[in-house]
Design a protein around this ligand. Sequence first.
Ligand code: SF4
Length: 342
Amino acid sequence: MRELPTLARYPFLADTRQYIKDHGPAITDLLHDLLYERARLTSIERLDNALSDSDVGERSLATDADCIMEILSYPLARMVTVCISDPYFQRRYALGEAYHTYKYLLTEPTSFLSAVAKELGLSVHYTPETRLRLFFKDYLRYAPTTYKEWKMVNREVAGGYIALSHKDLARVVQETLRARINTELSGRPCDEDVNRIFMEDIRRLQTILQQRQRRQDAVPVGKLHPEHLPPCMTDLLAATQAGENVPHMGRFALVAFLNSLKLSPTDILKLFSTAPDFEEEKSRYQIDHITGATSSTSYKCPGCDKMRTYGICPTEKMDGLCRRTRHPLNYYSAKWRQEKKQ
Ligand code: SF4
């Protein structure tokens, strides 16, 4: 079993779960007992920080009590996130936890980083004598390959493994953890007791989210009608706006799709600007290139078959219209026609 400060820094590890199982309070005590009020307050702090800074924030871990409250605040924060019941918020929270972990991992020995990566299911090879290496399938799945320096062609590959620096592997772990938290929280039911105890903070955060949404809705964005978007574009847009790692092909398809709806490059840029890690110059360059503003070619959005091949058609979300259409743009126009008829 690892030491308490380590468990507090990495509350998603199996050791931390085991610690809670062996030494933690019963869930009713955690929710009601005055003894755990600090853990409850810290859980809300995690959420507030995730929403405002994309980082759940750092607290003192100087004493055992500090560490225990930090450890217990993690499952509480997750339970409250489920009750807030907002996909955007859930993504921000997952990003906040993952980014915080990334920052800690940068300061750890590589052997520890490698052990955490393995626990998250990544196929990593590391010995003090050799370089860190990650199996290419894990790399393609989690590395932010949208960026030039992460593209496979710019990496050293041998025997199916990609050589990585400590910092790079920490970044891949961040992405893996973000995806894992998102998956774990999706579709979970809200616990009634949690909802009651945290009612005030849940309502407060929901109000902030609604206000943000209204502000966003008020931004004029050319001819885009979000309610007509097919599931693939809804997902890609939501992930881009939440600052998630959208694969290159996903970003390409989204920009080409929006361009076909006659949104100007500036309007597309405006849509992307809500991302916490938004970099105007980089995004503008990509958008201008795809839309043909700075190149001789204006690229077209791929059809549904290609979208599936690239793994950016969320097949589990396909609806009746998806099954009758072969291109995301046709889906969008069909939605228009359906609405007109009604
Ligand atoms: S079937 Fe086509 S339109 Fe529907 S989600 Fe998949 S790619 Fe998008």
